[in-house]
Design a binder for this molecule. Structure first.
Ligand SMILES: Nc1ncnc2c1ncn2[C@@H]1O[C@H](COP(=O)(O)OP(=O)(O)OP(=O)(O)O)[C@@H](O)[C@H]1O
Ligand SMILES: [Mg+2]
Length: 217
């Protein structure tokens, strides 16, 4: 599903973050990326989502080369959750955050509402349906950002530290949501420092260090 071959990447003229990295992650599996701060987890996630392009080598998403494809083509397949959820909330209210994308795609009003209601329920956001997004708690923002990522039914999810700032109860709720996604056959790459969370969900754990990877199945 996502296939990286001989990928090298650095920011501008900085040090190489990856040199000649090859890695494939499959559909229907939950792959965790772990490693120290600065080991390149976020960079790898962004390369997989086509947000960053390799300096050399290729990243294929469902056979599409991220250097040639348009971002929306990748975006239709891969949902990406940023490390900071605020970065991807655009609409004034929770309800609008969930419906504006559907509106953009010209989805009929009634279907928009059904889909948005379903996500509100799944992500325990019904209470804040009409709230302004800037007033939400950290955990609510996190869940809303993820709900918004899910709105297009992506076949694959890349989640960067989704448990940051969540209390144990919310972490549990998120784990349940991700288990549901897994059961629906959605493939996932999850970046996490949270061991318990990782052990609960991972089919495969990849450790990043010094620009290389160690693979544990
Ligand atoms: N926008 C950027 N410009 C220049 N260098 C960057 C940029 N973003 C990250 N880096 C560098 O790339 C390397 C990998 O960073 P990255 O953010 O991918 O690590 P990470 O494993 O996600 O870290 P963390 O656990 O702190 O989130 C680091 O050395 C970092 O300083
Ligand atoms: Mg990071």
């Amino acid at each position: 599903m996502i296939e990286m071959s001989h990928v090298s990447f650095r920011y501008g003229r900085g040090d190489w973050v990856f040199r000649g990295l090859s890695l494939a992650v499959e559909k229907h599996r939950c792959t965790f990326l772990v490693g120290r701060n600065g080991s390149g987890k976020t960079t790898l996630g962004k390369l997989m989502a086509g947000i960053l392009k390799p300096v050399s080598g290729t990243v294929l998403v469902d056979g599409l080369d991220t250097r040639q494809a348009e971002l929306y083509q990748i975006g239709a397949r891969v949902g990406y959750l940023f490390q900071e959820p605020e970065r991807q909330l655009f609409a004034p209210t929770v309800w609008e955050e969930l419906t504006f994308v559907l509106d953009l795609f010209g989805i009929e009003k009634k279907l928009q509402e059904e889909r948005a209601e379903m996500l509100l329920k799944q992500f325990h956001l019904q209470k804040v349906k009409n709230s302004f997004t800037y007033q939400l708690s950290r955990g609510e923002k996190q869940r809303l950002a993820l709900a918004a990522v899910m709105i297009n039914n992506p076949a694959f999810l890349i989640l960067d530290e989704p448990t940051t700032g969540l209390d144990p109860r919310r972490r549990e709720a998120l784990a349940e949501i991700l288990e549901e996604c897994k059961a629906q056959g959605i493939g996932m790459v999850v970046i996490s420092h949270d061991r318990k969370f990782t052990e609960r969900l991972a089919d495969r754990i990849i450790t990043l260090s010094d620009g290389g990877i160690t693979d544990g199945h």
